[in-house]
Design a protein around this ligand. Structure first.
Ligand code: HEM
Length: 541
């Protein structure tokens, strides 16, 4: 930091022009902010960088020229309209991101009607933006989510809340599920769900003529992810992996599907002005209906746990439990906030994990030699037939590499958003406060500068050769970075590491003849464009 202060002072002396001085001031302020985020427990892998162009031109004694948004390149509004509405760009957002970053460079702007979006498509610039964040970063405009909650008298949760409300809830939840040691406590619960996943694979494959194929594995992993996250969030089983799924769980799945299957509709729900709703009521009605279903489900499970706790207290018994019990007993959040947070966490934790598991299994099936290497690592480390726990995962670098590499090639959230809370200079451009930024994780994941041989699946690229080897970089941050990053990262990793380890122990995973190459498409999240059908053939243990 001291060195950067020195550098900025040197630039200040060289800069004669007042406007440039003002812009340099914003840079300094952004740099000081990164120190503030460190105080909130964000690890900075280095110091926040001043825009490259500013540093290099100052070093050779030229006046740094900070460019305006008007000067930023980008596709025209008309071409965007054609791309999205005519050529179904909503299902190719990741490809459009790649095309645009190749064409317009590491920072470019796009217009969607009145909304201007600045896309940041270079690892160092993404790092610069995230390291300059304040104490309560804002991701996107959540007006439609807030409006639903206001009309129904509901609270916001971590995804939809902003400012003080968000900060309060985040500080409660991060104590419960962000540290590896807290999440390790859920190992046995998750392993019970993994047992059911393995049984389910065995049942499903008997239903196919070859006795080996599981059709559309995402359907299976969806149920696993839902059961796995719910066992932690609600401290109860939902029966997703049973032959007969309970009605209330089926209703929830219906509401979740409505939310995602009507993705465009729900996007329009936010985009259509209120006064037009009587003419086009369907998007808003579906949006509200699916939220009603999601909230109702959380409320049922939270109330059930609350009654159990009350009954124990009345009987004078000790109350023990996990995350939900802790929240209900300490009441650091009120009941409405608990409902809202569990609703939003369940929503955030199911498809993300299931798509990643589907891609990971698909990649293993397409790369049998890599699958064999991982199998060898697992059996050598754990011994034959042992069930892995969270504590074992640090000794399974290829399993961790498998998840990281899957998320690099198929980042479930191909891009992430931020609304700037201060004026900023990024990549030599002046970005005023209140600008919507899109951080282009998909294109940085395939940038050769960040990942050599970037198109190839190589879980071993994530293994450190020695303590000085730096394998992590801002080119692939599938869970985001910093104070507003994914709060469920550790839970998701636990679910995925334990499930993949066991699947690899038990089965040779092969591509079914019913499946050829599966491409990805965007449907809110990055998901398989076609069903992934895989064979699970018993290993001879
Ligand atoms: C493969 C699995 C997952 C991936 C790739 C993923 C990715 C992400 C990303 C990229 C963000 C935005 C971060 C940012 O803006 O910087 C996010 C936010 C969030 N995720 Fe996840 N996620 C996953 C699983 C989960 C799970 C299992 C849960 C719940 C237990 C969860 C709960 C959340 C919540 C509540 C937020 C909002 C955090 C906030 O605004 O403070 N996610 N996730």
């Amino acid at each position: 930091m001291a060195m950067l202060n020195h550098l900025t002072t040197a630039c200040w002396k060289k800069v004669q022009n007042d406007r440039l001085k003002k812009q340099l001031f914003f840079i300094c302020r952004a740099l000081h902010k990164s120190a503030a985020s460190d105080a909130f427990g964000i690890s900075a892998a280095g110091e926040g960088a001043m825009p490259e162009s500013v540093i290099s031109s100052a070093a050779v004694g030229e006046k740094p020229r900070i460019l305006s948004l008007e000067e930023m390149p980008g596709p025209s509004t008309l071409s965007n309209l054609v791309e999205f509405f005519w050529r179904d760009g909503f299902s190719r957002i990741h490809e459009i991101q790649m095309e645009h970053s190749k064409k317009f460079g590491k920072i470019f702007k796009s217009r969607f009607g009145p909304q201007l979006v600045v896309s940041v498509a270079h690892r160092d610039l993404v790092a610069e933006v995230l390291r300059a964040e304040g104490v309560a970063p804002q991701r996107a405009n959540m007006e439609s989510w807030k409006e639903y909650r206001d009309t129904r008298g509901r609270s916001t949760g971590l995804i939809s809340a902003e400012g003080e409300d968000w900060l309060k809830m985040r500080s409660v939840l991060r104590q419960l599920i962000m540290r590896p040691r807290d999440v390790a406590l859920f190992s046995d619960d998750v392993n019970e769900v993994v047992d059911d996943l393995i049984n389910r694979v065995r049942i499903l494959r008997t239903q196919e003529s070859d006795g080996a194929t599981v059709l559309n594995v995402n359907d299976l992993f969806f149920k696993y992810a839902m059961e796995g996250v719910a066992v932690i969030l609600y401290e109860s089983r939902l029966g997703c992996l049973e032959n007969e799924i309970p009605q209330e769980t089926q209703d929830y799945i219906g509401a979740l599907h409505l939310m995602f299957s009507s993705f465009k509709t729900t996007m329009y729900a936010g985009a259509i002005p209120k006064w037009l709703r009587p003419v086009f009521p369907k998007p808003w009605d579906e949006f509200c209906c699916s939220w009603d279903g999601l909230f109702k489900f959380s409320q049922i499970h939270v109330d059930k746990r609350l009654s159990e706790i009350k009954a124990k207290v009345e009987r004078g018994e000790e109350v023990k439990g996990g995350m939900l019990t802790h929240m209900l007993v300490t009441r650091e959040m009120n009941l409405e906030e608990i409902y809202a947070n569990l609703t939003e966490m369940l929503l955030a934790g199911v498809d993300t994990t299931s798509f990643t598991l589907s891609w990971a299994s698909y990649l293993l099936a397409r790369h049998p030699h890599i699958q064999q290497q991982i199998y060898t690592e697992v059996t050598k480390t754990l011994g034959p037939g042992a069930v892995a726990t969270a504590d074992d995962v640090s000794r399974l670098p290829l399993i961790r590499g498998l998840v990281k590499e899957t998320l690099r090639l198929f980042p479930v959230l191909p891009g992430n958003g931020r609304i700037t809370q201060d004026d900023l200079v990024v990549g030599g451009y002046f970005i005023p406060k209140g600008t919507q930024l899109a951080l282009c994780h998909y294109s940085t994941s395939f940038d050769e500068e960040n990942f050599h041989d970037s198109l190839n699946f190589q879980p071993s690229r994530w293994i450190r050769k020695d303590s000085t080897d730096r394998v992590d970089n801002f080119g692939s941050i599938p869970f985001g970075y910093g104070i507003r990053s994914c709060i469920g990262k550790r839970l998701a990793e636990l679910e995925m590491h334990l499930a993949l380890t066991r699947l690899i122990q038990k089965f040779h995973i092969c591509v079914s003849p019913l499946t050829s190459e599966v491409k990805s498409k965007t449907h809110g999240l990055l998901c398989p464009a076609d069903p992934i059908n895989l064979q699970f053939i018993d290993r001879e243990n």
